[in-house]
Design a protein around this ligand. Structure first.
Ligand code: BGC
Length: 757
């Protein structure tokens, strides 16, 4: 008996002591954040709380945004953490969340959130990792492992395709199977199989017409049967409207409580035979097992880390995640000798988190105005607020221009406001507010050097001002210590090493989902299919402001000696040596992309399949080794309904970003099937020509058969070509009918059998 079997058996034993009504009651929350418990029978109630980057309202049974929610540490959001490209760090942040959860009495943290960024307008993009499923999945798995190793459960959300906030309760994501598997489910699959989260949250929206909370294909067929998920499926808050349908589809726990309404419906369904007691038992046992694993147990030691250590960790994660997008003439790092104009309200009140259920009530946060004192004397710094809200304020603008014109460098703190980035609604534009656009334009006109410091959880349009500023530092939404981390980088205490986890497009009109977002009449069609993020920009050869994976350092790296080894056609090890050729120590993120050199189905030019972040002292070299497995070379075959690898060579591109490939190496793999083409009697003749025997028969037939005219005149080369093309495009069956016996039924069956092998 495995440990899993034992704990499931123990749960069933506890279950046996409950009446049917008590079992049914377990399947719905006791309140907004608590589950039902029967402590006298050894079944503890659990507290669930947001999540994902700090402990939120649930900890005290508060409603979202309630000012008297308990305070907690706000770590960098997933959109920020993902720019670290650092699994160890993600795991550490996960463990820190567990420490915070235990301090607050929370048993399950509602995170990580890991929906794909289909459009940069998504209101909750700040809560999600990336436009790439591999990066999202690997980092989410690390967060999950970290949190659960700290004795606290996680809840991967929102399963699945909750890629927009607009109409999130009612919209149906209409998606083809390839995009579903390769793009939208892939990250969840990695997180579930690698991270083994305790719970998964079913989303509000529908997928291909079926609400996620009633979607047995997603919740049972794929999540449990294919991926082996063994934990509790919980509904998003209020996503269940028919608890019987949800229970049958695979939801174990409805949250929050439906005040007995769901329970009454389940009792009726039990009477009518619509659900069986075993359906109730199965879900209830999973909930009991979860509670036995995670509900606060007195014997658990309090978390080892102090609050001060965790606050410091929030800063380290931000340092590792901030992306230096641009740095003309080595504007950064700044010397500590000159004068600096700190401009923009965010220098005083940084935006470090987004709105909605993820909101954390912090006890304190760092500000640039205070932090700059670590680097400069008071007489070297002046501050101007620059803007107040979104509308241009002439007086504030004049003051900012005056301050900037007297300083050696202007640090411009700009970004998106709280009102534009939140759960519940999407953005309408990629643009910065008018007030800030005016500020950037006027400040850079008078300032000898301008550094734009961006606070935002999703992509903004940099085009209007990009070329006119000297440096751009992207802080994302970096948690409560982000201002300290930013100045550590600005003044060179820390060498930046973040890389974008999302392409920065030149215009909204260039983005992949532009034509099919946000949908209408309750449907949004994912017509761009698998062409999401860089997969789309690369295939279209579109210029972008910053490609996926981009980020500058204060040093430079050379890539040497790339090599790859294939082990038994199963795994591939890629190795490359990286030399730090600058004068500063720094971290490089080595990225490995895979391309199928020749594929039957359309496949992206490159897909991220491995990465590693390595610290390299100045002048030294480090060799990194990245393992890829067979799945990393596969595509979802819609015809066979499974992952398939096509035989042939694959190019492994190794680089500094998706558009800065420094080395490549080819590997040869044996595929899963002779051909991925559909091979049957309706297949065109050309699909059979790779069969030597058959090719000869076809050639003989063509030579002997007058297909044009009466055969008395020799065919011109053009006619010859037309005949060949026509025959090659003909279904095999048609060729047989025309062949006057040259091909028998048996010949055809044989060649089909040979090629299908
Ligand atoms: C959000 C979830 C969140 C839950 C509880 C829902 O509205 O979509 O992400 O965990 O509320 O706050």
């Amino acid at each position: 008996m495995t440990q899993n079997d034992r704990s499931r058996a123990a749960a069933f034993q506890l279950l046996a002591g409950l009446t049917i009504d008590e079992k049914i009651a377990l399947l719905s929350g006791a309140s907004s954040w608590q589950t039902v418990g029967y402590p006298d029978r050894g079944i503890r109630s659990m507290t669930l709380s947001d999540g994902p980057h700090g402990i939120g309202a649930g900890a005290a049974g508060e409603l979202i945004g309630t000012p008297n929610a308990p305070t907690a540490i706000c770590f960098p959001t997933a959109s920020t953490l993902s720019c670290s490209w650092d699994r160890v760090l993600a795991r550490t942040q996960g463990a820190a969340l567990a420490a915070e959860a235990r301090r607050a009495g929370v048993d399950v943290v509602l995170g990580p959130g890991m929906n794909l960024k289909r459009t940069p307008l998504g209101g909750r993009n700040f809560e999600y990792f990336s436009e790439d499923p591999y990066l999202s999945g690997r980092l989410a798995a690390a967060v999950i492992a970290g949190t659960e190793s700290g004795g606290v459960g996680t809840c991967v959300k929102h399963f699945a395709l909750n890629n927009q906030e607009h109409d999130r309760f009612t919209i149906s994501a209409e998606v083809d199977e390839r995009a579903l598997r390769e793009i939208y489910l892939r990250g969840f699959e990695i997180a579930v199989t690698e991270g083994r989260p305790a719970t998964v949250m079913a989303a509000y929206n529908a997928v291909n017409g079926v609400p996620c909370a009633e979607n047995s294909r997603l919740l049972t067929g794929i999540l449990r049967d294919e991926w082996g998920f063994d934990g509790v499926v919980v509904s998003d808050w209020g996503a269940v409207s028919d608890q019987v349908a949800s229970l049958k589809a695979g939801i174990d726990l409805e949250m929050p409580t439906s005040q007995g309404m769901g329970a009454a419906a389940i009792r009726d369904a039990l009477k009518s035979g619509d659900v069986g007691e075993e359906d109730i038992d199965r879900a209830a046992a999973r909930i009991i097992e979860l509670s036995s694993r995670f509900a606060r147990q007195e014997h658990l030691e309090p978390a080892a880390s102090s609050t001060a250590e965790l606050v410091e960790l929030a800063r380290i994660v931000a340092q590792q995640s901030i992306v230096l997008l641009r740095n003309e003439r080595n504007t950064l790092p700044l010397a500590r000798t000159g004068t600096v104009a700190l401009i923009g309200e965010f220098a005083e009140k940084p935006r470090f988190q987004g709105g909605g259920s993820s909101n954390v009530n912090v006890a304190s946060f760092a500000t640039a105005r205070t932090e700059i004192g670590r680097f400069l004397a008071p007489h070297q710094v002046r501050y101007a607020r620059g803007y107040d809200g979104e509308q241009v304020d002439q007086a504030l603008l004049h003051e900012a221009v005056a301050v900037a014109s007297e300083a050696d460098v202007a640090l411009l703190f700009v970004g998106l406001t709280e009102m534009t980035e939140s759960e519940g609604f999407d953005r309408e534009t990629l643009s910065l507010p008018e007030s800030q656009l005016a500020l950037i334009e006027q400040v850079r006109a008078v300032s000898p050097r301008t550094v734009v410091i961006l606070h935002k959880g999703s992509v903004v349009d940099v085009t209007p001002w990009h070329d006119t500023v000297d440096a751009i530092l992207d802080l994302n939404l970096g948690g409560q210590q982000v201002a300290a981390a930013a100045l550590d980088i600005v003044f060179g205490d820390v060498n930046p090493s973040g890389r974008t986890s999302e392409t920065v497009p030149l215009r909204l009109e260039d983005t992949p989902a532009y034509l099919d977002y946000p949908g209408a009449q309750r449907q949004v069609h994912y017509r761009e299919s698998i062409w999401v993020g860089y997969r789309y920009y690369d295939r279209r050869k579109l210029p972008v402001a910053y490609p996926f994976g981009h980020g500058l350092s204060y040093t430079e790296f050379d890539y040497l000696d790339p090599r790859a080894r294939v082990h038994d056609d199963e795994t591939v090890t890629v190795e490359v040596t990286v030399r730090n050729v600058g004068v500063r120590d720094g971290s490089e993120v080595v990225q490995v992309y895979v391309r199928d050199d020749l594929s039957t189905v359309p496949r992206p030019d490159r897909e991220l399949r491995g990465f590693s972040k390595i610290w390299i002292p100045a002048g030294e070299t480090v060799t990194t080794s990245i393992d890829l497995d067979r799945r990393d070379f596969a595509f979802w075959d819609e015809y066979r309904d499974r992952w398939v690898i096509e035989s042939g060579t694959f190019t492994l591109e190794i680089g500094h970003s998706s558009r800065d490939i420094r080395a490549h190496v080819g590997v040869e793999l044996t595929g899963d099937t002779g051909t991925v083409e559909i091979i049957d009697r309706r297949s065109p003749v050309r699909h059979f020509l790779s069969d030597p025997e058959f090719a000869v028969t076809v050639a003989q037939f063509v030579a002997a058969t007058p297909l044009l005219g009466d055969g008395s005149d020799a065919l011109s080369p053009l006619q010859q070509q037309i005949v060949t093309e026509v025959i090659n495009g003909m279904p095999l069956e048609t060729l047989r009918l025309l062949s006057r016996g040259a091909f028998s039924d048996e010949d055809i069956d044989k060649v089909i059998a040979r090629l299908s092998r």
